[in-house]
Design a protein around this ligand. Structure first.
Ligand SMILES: [Zn+2]
Length: 211
């Protein structure tokens, strides 16, 4: 069948001349600006790929429960079944269901649910207070992870902060599911209590994350 079409294609091409075309502009003409934009775009893509690979190694190598690592990795890749992701997959949702179940004000996305929601923000503020470092918090999940695990100096601090970030994200996701499916509410101060109350608090918190 394809072979049968070839004469038609060749007859249409007959008499046309090959021309060079610059694909980076809509008019097909080369410009230094578009070439620079192409290089930048590729550079950004390579940085993103490197960042993702780097995060993959950090998450899977972390001293955190496996379930929490899977959850955190899905969050970093925007693969959690948040409402915006479900909509993107054409799964029908009521307007009410699409709203964040913690604040009932914003559409639910990974960045909102785990970073920007007022309740979630309070959790992060409290965690920063607890570890004794106060800093501006990025509003994108990958940037947040990158910034958080580098809050301290040295490998040991990084290991601790990586596990803490993973477990916090996992706990936030679990709280979201309890809210959404079991009708349970939650308060940031209660989640933060999970970190404290022991000399260091983290061992107990890790145990909670195993459930
Ligand atoms: Zn919210």
């Amino acid at each position: 069948m394809v072979i049968g079409l070839l004469p038609k294609v060749f007859s249409q091409l007959a008499g046309t001349k090959d021309v060079w075309c610059w694909k980076a502009t809509s008019n097909g003409k080369y410009s230094t600006k578009s070439a620079y934009a192409c290089i930048e775009e590729q550079r950004e893509r390579s940085v993103q790929v490197l960042l993702i690979k780097n995060h993959l190694v950090k998450v899977w190598g972390a001293a955190a429960p496996q379930k929490a690592k899977v959850g955190a990795w899905r969050a970093l890749r925007n693969r959690l079944p948040t409402c915006d992701n479900l909509k993107r997959r054409n799964i029908p949702l009521d307007e009410v269901d699409a709203v964040c179940s913690a604040c009932f004000h914003h559409n639910e996305s990974v960045n909102h649910l785990l970073l920007k929601c007022p309740k979630t923000e309070m959790v992060w503020v409290e965690i920063h207070r607890w570890i004794g470092i106060s800093t501006a918090q990025p509003q994108l999940i990958n940037m947040h992870f990158e910034s958080f695990i580098n809050l301290g100096t040295g490998k040991e601090n990084e290991k601790f902060l990586t596990a803490l970030w993973i477990c916090t994200v996992w706990q936030l996701w679990k709280k979201r599911n309890e809210c959404r499916f079991d009708g349970k509410g939650w308060e940031p101060k209660n989640l933060n209590k999970d970190f404290e109350g022991h000399s260091f608090g983290f061992d107990a918190f890790l145990k909670k994350c195993e459930c």
